[in-house]
Design a protein around this ligand. Structure first.
Ligand SMILES: Cc1ncc(COP(=O)(O)O)c(C=O)c1O
Length: 464
């Protein structure tokens, strides 16, 4: 839908005051030249903006800006439980994950990019090459720490963001989930307390539940990130075994911590001698500017356990992740071996081949702008269709949006009705150990925008 793209672009320009209220847009011929589209696409885009209430057509004078798009407030800072508590009930997430396979449901729930937004053809070429050139190796185990060529590629990419780790310090795992699990096994024992953002990624709560740990949620500002003051108080008050953070484009809020805050957090953890588990799975997906540095890049003491994977960029199906443990490399390798013995050899070799030959940076440039556009479009749709007091996050990267609904809507309850209407979303309560955020939901924006997605959003808005 080319005209929708142009309408979104023009809406952005109206929001940025390039065309303030009361002024006219260039004529449709000019618009078609400026944006390299046909005149009829330009006409359709203006009519779309008329339907959105932003433009008014005046006979023989063109389209005038009637009002600027509404800008939603970001969600509010959460009031969270002040004591550590065990995590339960995370098995509910599986239902959400299984919906991804159901083609009758539009997936706005699980944070899985549509395959069109992954380099499927280039990965296929890499798989073919390694299966042809290294077929004997591909049928064998690639025991921990994993394929040297992949660890070398990962070390090179980390070096580009000033994170200097050698290939021997990197352990290949089956996923970021496994990296988080190994990191927490290395530094905690059952019953220990772990501090986290609130809201936080539900998979992390699953790891905490499965290891018998307790969670202490720290209030997180949807714009600036975790409250360092509250974290500092928690570290004074409680015996904390580890802190787990997603500093680059967190899930679900999309917050990017500034370099100053990253360094302040590292200093705080170092002062209290508490290890920091860093989940950097979205770090390669900024909407603009440079790829941000991970906290690990400032770590001179080995207190940061760095976790990531290919799931949000190249392919979730590869099941390839990695971990740079702060210190205990040998124990980490042993744990990975005891967990799952090894990681798929073809997946490791194909990923190494892709990173070396597949033009990953070029792919990232294009996919990041796709995600930025989709998130902007989703924000617009939520603003138009959801109730007036709805609040929406302003992610700086990644591809998920966090929505806070007004009133006492229970999004867990809404989920079943929404599935029946053919659309999934992630209910807010899954992102908290203490059942907060019942009136919130997370939307996956990495979809292929078409009439089905538009209809799904409309159906969801009606249910709300
Ligand atoms: C912040 C975060 N960490 C980890 C994961 C899990 O990734 P993987 O598929 O590599 O286990 C996800 C997936 O949603 C995520 O959002």
């Amino acid at each position: 839908m080319l005209y929708q793209d142009l309408a979104d672009r023009l809406q952005g320009l109206i929001r940025q005051q390039v065309y303030p209220v009361g002024t006219s847009l260039p004529g449709v011929r000019r618009l078609s030249e400026q944006h390299s589209v046909s005149v009829s696409t330009a006409v359709n885009a203006c009519q779309e903006l008329e339907r959105r209430g932003l433009l008014e057509a005046k006979p023989r004078s063109g389209f005038f800006v009637l009002q600027a798009p509404v800008r939603r407030e970001p969600p509010r800072l959460s009031l969270v439980s002040k004591t550590p508590r065990p995590v339960t009930g995370q098995e509910r997430v599986l239902h959400l994950a299984q919906a991804v396979r159901d083609t009758s449901i539009v997936n706005l729930g699980a944070a899985v990019p549509n395959p069109d937004l992954m380099p499927v053809a280039a990965l296929e070429r890499s798989f073919r090459t390694v299966l042809r050139e290294q077929r004997r190796r591909c049928v064998g185990y690639e025991f921990p720490p994993g394929a040297p060529e992949l660890r070398t590629q990962i070390a090179r990419r980390l070096a580009a963001v000033q994170c200097h780790v050698t290939p021997d310090q990197i352990l290949v795992t089956n996923s970021c989930h496994e990296s988080l699990s190994i990191a927490l096994k290395l530094i905690t024992k059952p019953g220990d307390t772990v501090v986290l953002d609130s809201p936080t990624y539900y998979g992390l709560l699953q790891v905490i539940e499965s290891l018998g740990l307790k969670a202490l949620e720290i209030p997180t500002d949807p714009v600036t990130g975790i409250s360092i003051e509250a974290l500092s108080l928690a570290l004074e008050r409680w015996d904390i075994a580890a802190c787990v953070l997603i500093p680059n484009f967190s899930n679900p809020l999309g917050v990017l911590l500034s370099d100053e805050r990253k360094q302040a957090l590292l200093k705080l953890m170092s002062k209290h001698r508490v290890p920091l588990v860093e989940d950097d799975i979205y770090g390669d997906l900024p909407f603009s500017g440079k790829r941000p540095r991970p906290i690990k890049s400032w770590d001179t003491e080995g207190i940061v356990y760095y976790c990531s994977s290919s799931s949000k960029t190249l392919s979730a199906g590869l099941r390839v992740g990695w971990l740079v443990p702060g210190k205990d490399n040998k124990r980490a390798e042993a744990l990975q071996y005891m967990n799952t013995v090894a990681v798929s050899t073809p997946s490791q070799l194909a990923m190494a081949h892709y990173l070396e030959h597949g033009h990953y940076d070029r792919f990232l440039r294009s996919v990041c702008s796709e995600h930025a556009r989709s998130v902007a479009r989703m924000t617009d749709r939520v603003t138009q269709l959801f109730p007036a007091q709805t609040r929406v996050s302003r992610p700086a990267g990644g591809f998920v949006l966090w929505v806070e609904l007004p009133g006492d809507v229970d999004t867990l309850e809404l989920m079943e009705k929404s599935f029946a209407a053919g659309v999934s979303f992630a209910p807010g309560a899954l992102f908290s150990a203490s059942g907060k955020f019942g009136n919130c939901l997370r939307l996956n924006c990495a979809v292929r925008w078409d009439a089905r997605v538009e209809r799904a959003l409309l159906a969801l808005a009606r249910l709300i």
